[in-house]
Ligand binder design. Structure first.
Ligand SMILES: Cc1cc2nc3c(=O)[nH]c(=O)nc-3n(C[C@H](O)[C@H](O)[C@H](O)COP(=O)(O)OP(=O)(O)OC[C@H]3O[C@@H](n4cnc5c(N)ncnc54)[C@H](O)[C@@H]3O)c2cc1C
Length: 315
């Protein structure tokens, strides 16, 4: 095999990619993992992770991903800190390109994740993990008996808000219009919930908070009225983005079957995509659970699927 030809190339270094690498490395497949523009994946932008099994007292997101990387490196996995910019799955071995090199792979595991859509304002990034969150299932527990805001008018916002009422004292949905994209059933469920109220025709202009001795905490938001441009400050302990997710699949368009949103379709109960020898794991193929542990679980499945598929190709 030439220097850049590998048995397995894994694209993405979140929980799915690292778990796939761990299993493939221990099966002597010498996997190579492309870490992409966010080495360690989505958990590197959060603080406490309390729901990943094995950490009695929880663990910080970036630390968890560091431990995963060290674990796969112990078994000889090579990390390449580059992004894959182009793939060709129409020929075997499969061809992949980064900005400055070309690679070939007998099997490919796609673990490129999904990105929570954010507002794109600087203060949102500053307080991410310190009041601002993009995942109610992950962080709702930290807001027991507190006041939280949810941004959005679609199903994601209604689902996040409804879930948050299990923990928070009050939940306010902030939406830029009076009409909703959410399905009738999800909207009605939120409207009937006594803990949920709606703040309409408003957008979040700024997240405000305090920062002392490197300890940060969000304290509220500045809202702007979309009709008359007036602004007001609303106090709150948390702000959840409920404006959806975008799977990172642009480079695979036209080569793999995807759903309407761009999630990669896999055959039920497997990680097999529409191209034999190409597997997908984690959030990139999962619009439903979107958790680190489910991503890791499907990363394990992809590694085993790839290993067994490679065995069928031998000789
Ligand atoms: C703020 C926040 C807090 C969260 N908290 C929790 C929590 O407490 N518990 C929990 O279970 N889940 C939590 N989640 C969800 C969890 O982070 C995801 O479910 C999980 O990270 C998905 O893992 P993944 O491996 O599928 O992809 P990701 O973690 O999204 O990783 C994707 C990887 O793919 C790489 N990549 C993308 N495109 C390319 C490319 N073209 N070439 C090379 N590499 C590429 C990226 O660089 C990245 O390394 C949280 C999410 C967010 C946003």
């Amino acid at each position: 095999m030439s220097k850049n030809h590998h048995k397995v190339i894994i694209i993405g270094s979140g929980p799915a990619g690292f778990t796939a690498a761990l299993y493939n490395a221990r099966a002597n497949l010498n996997p190579v993992i492309f870490e992409g523009m966010q080495p360690g994946g989505q958990l590197t932008i959060t603080t406490d992770v309390d729901n990943y099994p094995g950490f009695e007292n929880g663990i910080m997101g970036p630390e968890l991903m560091d431990v995963m990387r060290k674990q796969v490196q112990r078994f000889g996995t090579e990390s390449i800190y580059a992004e894959i910019t182009e793939v060709d799955f129409s020929q075997k071995p499969f061809k992949l390109k980064s900005y400055d090199d070309e690679y070939a792979a007998d099997a490919v595991i796609i673990a490129t994740g999904a990105s929570a859509k954010l507002l794109g304002i600087e203060s949102e990034g500053k307080f991410m993990g310190y009041g601002v969150s993009a995942c109610a299932t992950c962080d709702g527990f930290f807001f027991k008996d507190q006041k939280v805001l949810v941004v959005g008018g679609g199903d994601t916002a209604m689902e996040e808000a409804t879930y948050l009422t299990n923990h928070a004292k009050e939940v306010h949905i902030i939406h830029r219009r009076e009409g909703f994209r959410a399905s009738k059933i999800m909207l009605e469920k939120a409207q009937k919930n006594p803990k949920i109220s709606f703040i309409l025709n408003k957008v979040v202009k700024e997240v405000v908070g305090v920062e002392e001795n490197s300890i940060k905490k969000m304290t509220g938001v500045i809202l702007e009225d979309t009709k008359n441009g007036s602004t007001e400050e609303v106090k709150a302990d948390g702000l959840f983005m409920g404006i959806g997710h975008k799977p990172n699949t642009d480079i695979f368009k036209g080569q793999l079957e995807m759903d309407d949103v761009g999630y990669i379709k896999v055959k039920p109960g497997t990680t097999n995509t529409s191209v034999e020898g190409v597997f997908a794991a984690g959030d990139v193929a999962d619009s439903k659970y979107r958790q680190a542990i489910t991503a890791a679980g499907s990363g394990c499945m992809a590694a085993i699927d790839a290993e067994r598929w490679l065995e069928t190709q031998e000789g």
